[in-house]
Write a protein of this length. Sequence first.
Length: 201
Amino acid sequence: MDFTLAVVFGIVALPVLVVAALWIKIVSRGPALYYPIRVGEAGRPIRVWKLRTMRSDAENLLSGHLLQFPEAREEWQRYFKLKKDPRILPGIGHLLRRTSLDELPQLWNIHRGEMSLVGPRPFPEYHLRQFQPNSAAYAPRSPPGLTGLWQVSARAATATSKARSARCLLHPQLVPLARSPHPRPHRSRRDFPQRPPNHHC
């Protein structure tokens, strides 16, 4: 089912991908696509394809911004996100991230059998560091999904709700397993990361 739908959606999404890729190339040097490493099923690393929404020198920009603005550094350490992120491409970057269209190239991951249409979002390394070593998140038993709770709720939230959702990001990301066709593994409370004190989801 995932394979068939990925082919159909891929054909429909092709014009959007072409236009977005050209727009990215116009406003920024470098490739239109990139593929960060994420943790896939059974803990296997996979390359997750995405449309590039950040500047080519994003890491240097982030480091300089965090050094210059202590409040931004605190925000990044707490949420792994910035409300005013200097790395994001003007126009197209904000549009792709707001609509989650930057995830469309992951239809290729689904075609390859590395991901599913619905499931827990694949975690980047800096998120995984927040989990205990024996956490189920280190070796998920189902394929990561193109869409998950982050796309459904957090990106559709208001600015205030976004910050609140970011505090809970590491916990709810596992919820879509219950909504996917794959069995949901049993977890105890120890499987989830400890939330910062005095912050409630």
